[in-house]
Design a protein around this ligand. Structure first.
Ligand code: FES
Length: 92
């Protein structure tokens, strides 16, 4: 079953539990960049989690060097188990 994902400024979409946010955004037409191809090696896919941090999978060590704050995640590593609201934040 999918979970509701809302990226600020874009129509909400549903994402399956095994999908990454990067995959979900690609399917939904939300323009998430992926300079490294989804390997937790850049910050192009970075997002700020506005609502639903408790629905996100645990932070991976690989993400930490690319994040500027505790509310950020890499979209290519993020999976959700409930509804979330996010902001695309590559340049923060
Ligand atoms: S696409 Fe490069 S870290 Fe996610």
């Amino acid at each position: 079953m999918g979970h509701r994902v809302e990226v600020e400024g874009w129509p909400a979409f549903e994402m399956g539990p095994d999908e990454t946010l990067l995959e979900g955004c690609e399917e939904a037409g939300v323009p998430m960049d992926s300079a490294c191809g989804g390997f937790a090696a850049c910050n192009a896919c970075r997002v700020q989690v506005l609502v639903g941090a408790e629905s996100c999978n645990p932070l991976l060590d690989e993400e930490i060097p690319f994040l500027d704050g505790p509310d950020q995640r890499l979209g290519c590593q993020l999976r959700v188990s409930g509804p979330v609201v996010l902001r695309l934040a590559p340049g923060m």
